[in-house]
Design a protein around this ligand. Sequence first.
Ligand code: PHE
Ligand code: NA
Length: 498
Amino acid sequence: MKDRDQWNSKVGFLLAAIGSAVGLGNIWRFPYVAATNGGGAFLLPYFFAIITAGIPILILEYTMGKTFRGGAPVTWARMNRRFEWLGWFQVMIAFIIAVYYFAIVVWVVSYIGFSFTQAWGADPSSFFVEYLGLTDSALNLGGIQTSLIIPFVIIWAIAAFIMYKGVSKGIEKACKICLPILFVLMLVLVIRGVTLPGAVDGLEYMFKPDWNALKDPSVWVAAYGQIFFSLSIAFAIMLAYSSYLPKKTDVVNSAFITATANHGFELFAGIGVFSIMGYMAMMQGVPVSEVAGAGIGLAFMTFPTAISALPALNALFGICFFGALFTAGITSLISILQAVVSGFHDKFEMSHKKAVTVVMVPAFLLSFLFITGAGMNILDIVDAFINNIGIASAGVIEVILVTRFFNPEKLRQEANEFSNFSIGRWWVFSLRIVTTVVLGIMLFLNTKDYLYNGYGEYASADVNVFGWGTILFVIVIADALTTMKGKDGYRDLDKIAY
Ligand code: PHE
Ligand code: NA
């Protein structure tokens, strides 16, 4: 296929893959999920999920990508024509995440400016009320927040600039610049954090095991839920990234390196975040559980408050925190855009630039929804449905297709052929049995819960439009794209051995 880029080096690929995996999820999602699901005891189910799902799927996607060399739809179609739909389903999930992930990056960056004009320590809830203009429901849009427009346009411009440059000159380079910066910023925060009084209490809150939690199935479900999002697996990203690899790449060690770096960074960020929160709790004379907010709230509200409570250099540490979120976010954002771009580029043989335009213009327009007053509400609902229903089903269908309608032994051989360290049969077993069952149960429980109980405090109209509506939208567009005729009818399909 003409106009198809390739990574400059294996290190470049690894940096890009790590850049994708290490994202806002490592900084605001993991610490919170761990702390509320048994603390230190969560690390056990999480480790189990890494071994049985995270690393096996990463190896699977890397092997598929470098073997079939296409974005998700073309890669799946090359394995079996009837698998193409899954590729588009994954691409459309990626598209939706791109739209709202972008909004989070915009909030993060613009909030840096906001918090300075407010002086640290201003009531953080003003972020929601004054800054985001948050309305009381997802359907009450409440107008566009004008203060967000400039950061909105700037971030889109940065993302578009990187994307137009392409895989090796754009994405690879951006990751080479951003990752070291991210690491240094996080290091500064961790060092500051662990040397504060009260840090121990924060760390204890995060790491102290509550062994009873292991008996609770929802803890295991949370571990599986976190792993897919965190490693960027099952929604087209790693398939696309590995399709720009030379065939001879050692994918097994690449998968281990990516997973280790991602989870190492998760723990690292957790240490930074919770030690500073421990300090804040101590200053306020309350237990850590009281100051630990949830998810996005943790990043936006609690943490700025915690930073404002630091004894000195608050502005510096504030910049470090948001700088870390920004660099982590941008390298993930471009990975998810590329997952969608490669889908169009490869099936319809568009030029790279045209594919970027086709993807980014609608994404740009749709993301305006998130700078309205309803933005945070819409994001909350869409994120829950896309993760707990969308990604979970994409993951289940992926492992079922590979292990039951395709011979996974062929992929195992392909993976092993160029790898120093061979993967054994446990790999197929993990995918065929463990991941299928756990993920299947998880999907069933989530779907049932949302059907019977709705989601959060939202009215059912909100949940229908932005939750189920999003899932329906993804399915309908995926169907349409699958039906459309590709330019070359996958002309190199037959050249591939399988
Ligand atoms: N892996 C990312 C994280 O942990 C999540 C992500 C990446 C989400 C790319 C979307 C796109 O934050
Ligand atoms: Na991650």
